[in-house]
Ligand binder design. Sequence first.
Ligand SMILES: Cc1ncc(C[n+]2csc(CCOP(=O)(O)OP(=O)(O)O)c2C)c(N)n1
Length: 583
Amino acid sequence: MELSGSEIIIQFLKDEGVEFLFGYPGGAVLHIYDALQQQEGLKHILVRHEQGATHAADGYARATGRPGVCLVTSGPGATNAVTGIATAFLDSVPLVVITGQVPSHAIGSDAFQEVDAVGITRACSKHNFLVKDLNQLAETLKKAFYVATTGRPGPVVVDIPKDITAPHIKIPYEYPKTVEMRSYNPNVKGHPRQIKRAVELLLNAKRPMIYTGGGIIMAEAAEELRQFVRKLGFPITQTLMGLGAFPGTDPLFIGMLGMHGTYEANLAMHECDVLLCIGARFDDRITGVTGTFSPYSQKIHVDIDPASISKTINADIPIVGSAKQVLIEMMKQVERSDVQVDQPAVDDWWKRIKSWQSQDSFAYAKTKDVIQPQAAVEELYRVTKGDAYVTSDVGQHQMFAAQFYPFDEPRRWINSGGLGTMGFGLPAAMGVKLAFPDKDVACITGEGSIQMCIQELSTCLQYNIPVKIINLNNRYLGMVRQWQEFFYDKRYSHVYMDSLPDFVKLAEAYGHVGIQVTHPDDLHDAMEEAFKLKDRTVFLDIITDQEANVFPMISSGKAHNEMDISPLQRDKQALLKASGELV
Ligand SMILES: Cc1ncc(C[n+]2csc(CCOP(=O)(O)OP(=O)(O)O)c2C)c(N)n1
């Protein structure tokens, strides 16, 4: 088969099994768009901003486990995509981003719409390529998909000069089924001796703790994790990125940990004597100050990326390997080991955890005349029966979503944890809904974040992507306001959002349904109506308590046992102490 560079790109993507291409045209990719127009099978989604393309591809990838693919033009097309590439990079999401480039002979001449896409994305992609020879195009694309999806996944950029895609130059094409890269061979099998040592340490633990992250989801290891944790009966906590890998409603799950995690998860991290970490990276939102992090524990760290191990917290037993493979091997070890779990010690440990749990660290004041943001998320959970795909933006609403919508399945909770990118939620929801058209997809957002990629409402209409937008509207850049309240004596500096658009009219202007809710009594009906309108994108503008705060909170520089707790928890703690019920 003789094909041009543009035709090779299209044919390769089809051969690779790509369903959707999220993109935006321009001069450097005109040949590719012409080839796209003359084919069937590969569905192109014309977004309204290249950032939207990368987030939509990212949402698709997180929800399906398959790589997301984007096509953007050179110069501003590439720079607009950078935020989405960095977002995927920090959360280890497999993306392949094809950027057009000026013709090879013009590279370096400050040509129209020329930027050094490879240079710009070097620090925020897993890898990148500049294609210099048409004969290398198919193989380079194959390498890009291979690198993006193996080892610790991540975004890969393929920069393709316009002359490489010229329609009149054709070469033989054959789909490269395999690829060899001498310098890239991710290790998936953990070291057997280390695994044996780790299991012995765990079985001898008096106060064991399991802490897992997004790596479990990426490695498709949720089932293995569930079996392993249930076999041992140990408490488990998950990071913001890991939610859903272990069911959020299972009694062994003691809540998310970290800056806005539960009181019990953070105290258990602090007090445990053996800590098993799988597919998480001890980032600063988890550890707080590293010097006082989990001071009494011996630590086992399982990660596919050797560079993540002992990067911030020293691992006593490092295990490099895929979470799935290592969990399978650990389970075999547990089954063949002579050592039994120290049940009396673990029972005592659970007693302490339960007494922390009884303080109810997510408790919030239920109000009659103003909607609390937590109540809105709880209502969403009820109406969707806990079965929706939920994306979010970044801020207080993101934390309320993570705290009040327990996820029982992996890949249901989709948010920008690492980069914390406002603007992520709506386009990510589009990618998810395209992948799962029969499922409910909700984007929990704030009036600040939603305005960062609001233009994608137009894409939702063009391709009939009916997502539900749950806008927790506090008229503030709430998370920043919270920090200014706590740490800057309430000097609110440029966080009040004056002159907001009428979101109902705005949704209608984009061809969708807009509903505003201001009173707690109307919340349920509005939410039900939104989800009954199966084929419509609905924008629910929920006016919430302006100064609601996210609790608990571990402030910068504080240890896990120095959390700020909510006023309600403080009251409950005092009561329990007085009655002698606190262990
Ligand atoms: C692109 C970007 N710019 C700035 C920030 C810093 N930031 C983090 S949370 C936040 C406030 C978000 O406000 P809103 O979307 O209204 O959500 P809320 O916190 O009120 O729920 C800001 C500005 C960010 N995370 N991303």
